[in-house]
Design a protein. Structure first.
Length: 439
């Protein structure tokens, strides 16, 4: 048993027993009230999931095992001479709640490289699709095609003990995470580079290799960007659409290829991960209409107001939970301030940050007028040559695997049951209101 798996086995066994005792002793305790608006409004804010890897606070933003983004940038190992954290370190932290050493992260990089070869069935599945198929569709199909290699599915069919579900899920998760950069890069080169592919470099880390295989920029700064990007997008607690989808599907004991493929179908929606391509597209449209990449504040304000008057939203602004600027936006801004001295599209992002919150705030209807993670990523990617914005959600998907699959390991280790909330109809709601009025 490898060292990371053994750490996870010990920690998960301990917490599993604690959760059992908690349920047995305090299972009927009321810890959160549910109101009608939450029932109708997509279960917004209802505390009903166990999720170990990260927590989202409306004002503080995301923390991974209690560590904020600025903190993980400081405490997680990096490449020699590098300034950005390695995503391998964040996966280790989320899985076993320990900050890994440089040696442990180096081991994980090599372990993922050993597991990273794509099965031929995935290449065949992608080849069967028209090249113009949306990259996210290709990504989802590629993930699902690898289900035939699932360790969990194979062991389950042979009568695996419930106590071993976590082990098989760990193996599948490690294999899938290892393969995702190769799958994603293969799709990128197929769609945008005439199918000219780039072999992985065994000397590079997980994110650095992804940047290398994309082939859009050989500069070390682009590898640094990928390390940061894949770290800050990795998890956003369990209630977001893609994480919740993976949790729900995995709770049926579907393996992680099926559950993560389902999560990516959720991420592909414009109200979730697809928003990152919508932001840069909106900026491109604005500069095209204004015929300049150096608009004045007055021009930007008018374009923002015209967008709102047309009944559209300002992409990249607002969030279902956050009520302050997204720390992931801030992390990207810090990166751009350090690495990118002078870029028109980056300056437009900062200009929007000055202009949009006041406009949205003045409407009196917007709970969060601040930028989210998607508001900044596109401009930086464009700077480094990755201008094909229909691919951006695939980048998001590669990153989100880290948190979701770490959480899947915990779900199986703790023996969490099939998720099955109770639904009600509108007549039930009306009756509840009527009964309350009668009291």
């Amino acid at each position: 048993m490898d060292k990371l798996k053994e750490k996870f086995r010990v920690k998960s066994a301990k917490l599993k027993q604690e959760v059992r005792e908690l349920r047995k002793t305090h299972g009927t305790a009321v810890v959160a009230d549910v109101n009608i608006a939450q029932i109708i409004g997509g279960m917004r804010g209802i505390k009903s999931m166990l999720w170990e890897t990260s927590e989202l606070d409306a004002n503080k933003g995301i923390t991974f095992r209690g560590h904020s983004i600025p903190q993980i940038k400081e405490i997680l190992p990096r490449t020699k001479g590098g300034k950005e954290p390695l995503p391998e370190g964040l996966f280790w932290l989320m899985l076993v709640d320990e900050v890994p050493t440089q040696a442990e992260v180096n081991w994980l990089s090599k372990e993922w490289y050993k597991r990273s070869k794509l099965p031929q069935i995935a290449l065949n599945a992608i080849a069967a699709l028209p090249v113009k198929t949306h990259p996210m569709t290709q990504f989802i199909i590629g993930i699902n095609s690898m289900q035939s290699t699932s360790v969990f599915a194979d062991r389950y069919s042979k009568g695996m003990s419930k106590n071993d579900y976590w082990d098989a899920t760990y193996e599948d998760s490690m294999n899938l995470i290892a393969r995702l950069p190769r799958l994603a890069a293969y799709i990128y080169r197929r769609v945008y580079c005439q199918g000219v592919h780039i072999a992985p470099n065994p000397k590079l880390d997980w994110a650095g290799n992804f940047a290398h295989m994309l082939g859009v920029n050989d500069h070390e700064d682009f590898k640094s960007l990928m390390r940061l990007y894949l770290t800050i997008h990795a998890d956003h607690e369990g209630g977001n659409a893609s994480a919740h989808t993976a949790h729900l599907v995995n709770s049926t004991l579907a393996d992680v290829y099926l559950s993560y493929g389902s999560a990516m179908s959720s991420l592909a929606g414009p109200l979730h991960g697809l928003a990152n391509q919508e932001v840069i597209k909106w900026i491109f449209d604005m500069t095209k209409k204004l015929k300049t990449t150096k608009p004045t504040d007055a021009q930007v304000k008018k374009y923002v107001n015209d967008t709102l008057k047309a009944g559209k939203v300002i992409p990249g602004y607002g969030h279902a939970v956050l009520r302050e600027p997204d720390p992931r936006f801030t992390a990207q801004r810090v990166f751009a301030e350090e690495y990118i001295q002078n870029d028109d599209y980056v300056k437009i992002v900062w200009q929007l940050f000055r202009v949009v919150p006041d406009i949205l705030g003045a409407l009196g209807k917007v709970k969060n007028p601040w930028p989210n993670v998607d508001a900044h990523s596109g401009a930086i990617l464009v700077h480094y040559g990755l201008k094909d914005y229909t691919y951006y959600t695939v980048l998001f998907g590669v990153s989100r695997a880290l948190g979701v699959l770490a959480a899947s390991c915990w779900s199986r280790a703790l023996g969490l049951p099939l998720e099955r909330p109770k639904s009600v109809n509108s007549e039930w709601l009306k009756t509840q209101v009527k009964n309350k009025k009668a009291k």
